[in-house]
Design a protein around this ligand. Structure first.
Ligand code: 1GP
Length: 230
């Protein structure tokens, strides 16, 4: 699957405004994919509007599903998080079961990509909502990564620090035990140097907020990451 080759991803939040000019820069940056996703205020209208705009470009585009009501057809992939360090079964598998009950007979399973999330920033919205147990040591992250790969056979393990730059030690711990499952890192990448540091550890890095804060710097991370081979 193509997503197994991604090194750099831009995450666009449908609830945040982005000008046509900025969107062109993002879509033509050479990034491997656009992941559409966010936590708050995501509606079907906003998702469809952003998809239509991104579809003017040839870049691969995936939807990271946050609510079942905002799922629109037309994406290349549908990424479905299961939050492995959530303390609520809702975020691990209950919402998934509800969706499968409703749509299980007619979904194209080949388009669905499950992601095992490990949320490590205690202050991010996703951590609050999912009541994630974020006080994890390396040994815990290693166990989470193994749970993802060996137990649930997930194609992606996502170390999520959304909003802050993470601890490379934790990312390295996850990487040290993963063989077939791909390691995604996301959170607080605001410079080329940080993008390079995390790209040397993780298979794929995700740049989100910085697109909205400093587009030029965010764009620079694409080339920097593509120059590094793992
Ligand atoms: C968020 O991992 C992504 O889900 C990216 O994080 O927005 O902090 O770059 P940032």
């Amino acid at each position: 699957m193509e997503y197994l080759e991604w090194r750099h991803v831009f995450k666009l939040d449908p609830a945040k405004e982005i000008s046509d000019e900025a969107l062109t820069r993002v879509c033509e940056s050479g990034t491997d994919a656009i992941l559409v996703g966010g936590t708050d205020g995501i509606t079907l209208e906003l998702v469809m509007d952003l998809l239509m705009r991104v579809r003017q470009y040839s870049v691969t585009v995936a939807l990271e599903i946050s609510t079942i009501e905002s799922v629109s057809p037309g994406f290349d992939y549908y990424f479905i998080p299961t939050v492995l360090n959530s303390t609520k079964t809702e975020w691990v598998k209950d919402l998934h079961i509800e969706a499968i009950k409703e749509f299980g007979d007619f979904v194209d399973w080949n388009e669905l990509v499950p992601e095992g999330y490990c949320i490590l920033n205690p202050d991010c919205k996703a951590a609050h909502i999912t009541e994630a147990q974020t006080e994890l040591k390396e040994v815990d992250v290693i166990a989470q990564a193994r749970l993802a790969e060996k137990f649930f056979k997930l194609p992606i393990f996502y170390v999520e620090y959304s909003g802050i730059y993470g601890d490379p030690t934790m990312v390295r711990a996850a990487k040290s035990v993963l063989k077939s499952t791909r390691l995604f890192y996301g959170g607080g990448i605001t410079s080329v140097q940080q993008a390079i540091e995390m790209s040397k550890i993780a298979d794929t890095i995700v740049v989100g907020n910085h697109i909205y804060d400093n587009l030029e710097e965010a764009i620079e991370t694409v080339k920097a990451v593509h120059e590094i081979s793992l």
